[in-house]
Design a protein around this ligand. Sequence first.
Ligand code: CDP
Ligand code: CDP
Length: 226
Amino acid sequence: HKNGLQVAIDGPASAGKSTVAKLVAKQFNYIYCDTGAMYRAVTLKAIQQGISLDNEPEIAKIVKESKITFTPDETGQKVFIDHHDVSEAIRSEEVTNSVSAVAAIAAVRKQLSAQQQAIAKDGGIVMDGRDIGTAVLPNAEVKIFLVASVEERAKRRYKENIQKGINTPLDELQLEIEARDYKDSHRKISPLTKATDATEIDTTALSIDQVVSEIAKVINSKLNFN
Ligand code: CDP
Ligand code: CDP
């Protein structure tokens, strides 16, 4: 692609996708795109408008009528919907526990995938999500599938929460992660699954830097090959 490779990073909740994707993008001077933030922004708007999560036509209408944009900042990027900064609001427990239902709606996925394809079309991008290597960018030059044990992922979320002053018990977080992974892996349209040509990295016992350097190796081998 004109501006560089397309790098797709998929995997279950809290495997470290967004943390490492941001760092990889920085290292290669690529754009970073958090597709989960787009599903979260739509979910937030539906909740704010009091729309029931099973009201598929109304939620699809939200996607059609809203504009989701990203702007880079020192920590990665800010997320806007209709010019409102929702970077923090989309991380609430309420949004987290509702987003998988919204992400299962066909018309929502169709529209957001098309927007993601437009963002990635010239390459030079690291995009993270659930279906990037399988559905959004099936021809991505680099596909990474990040996994980690559910216990480790719950611990990671627990630590993040503590820093934000939220004190949800560890076992509750683990159940929440399991429930979301189940929904994301079992929906009809582009469920979470590893692309056959993806490189799987188990991050359970790896540091963030180790994961970043593993991914950089895969990218560099592609760049040297081309
Ligand atoms: O960061 P975290 O693992 O909590 O999730 P996220 O990447 O913010 O994604 C939130 C939710 O959006 C996921 O649980 C999926 O339901 C949905 N999603 C999706 O369906 N497809 C994507 N490409 C990205 C996210
Ligand atoms: O985007 P995703 O939900 O896959 O994960 P994340 O939001 O990047 O959260 C992962 C959390 O685990 C962050 O707090 C990271 O600091 C931490 N972590 C990691 O990402 N990778 C490791 N190898 C170790 C810890």
